[in-house]
Design a protein around this ligand. Structure first.
Ligand SMILES: [Fe+2]
Ligand SMILES: [Fe+2]
Length: 131
């Protein structure tokens, strides 16, 4: 396990919280598979993570647009930055299946980013959208 669910701030929208909890679960599964050097399982989970993250981001973006949230461009820009990084890590994984690179990405990029992003952007967006 890399991250406990309570390490991610709860926000004012239950749907956002549910999406975040599912993502934490998936990140932990992927992390454990990589640590166990289970390449086949990690490969499936990498595919799932890519889809899951895109789903997570695009759902939030649709809800922000619908609610006419003023911070939409900035919140989306932060998603776009991570979309690009995940895609790069994903492509490199498909080339060399090196668990170390993905472990490093999860530990030092994705998880710290997620904590900060939820605290900075998802929390204010959820307050605007409500529950
Ligand atoms: Fe989020
Ligand atoms: Fe977000």
């Amino acid at each position: 396990m890399l991250i406990r669910p309570d390490e991610i701030q709860k926000v004012a929208n239950m749907f956002f919280n549910a999406v975040h909890e599912d993502e934490i679960e998936l990140i932990n599964q992927l992390y454990d598979a990589l640590k166990a050097n289970d390449i086949e399982k990690a490969d499936k989970l990498m595919d799932e993570l890519l889809v899951d993250v895109e789903d997570h981001f695009s759902t939030e973006e649709a809800m922000m647009k619908e609610a006419d949230f003023f911070g939409y461009p900035m919140h989306k820009a932060d998603h776009d930055k991570m979309r690009k990084e995940i895609k790069e890590v994903y492509n490199r994984w498909k080339e060399n299946k090196d668990p170390k690179r993905v472990i490093d990405f999860l530990e030092n990029k994705l998880v710290p980013w997620l904590k900060l992003h939820v605290a900075q952007w998802d929390s204010i967006t959820a307050m605007h959208i409500g529950d």
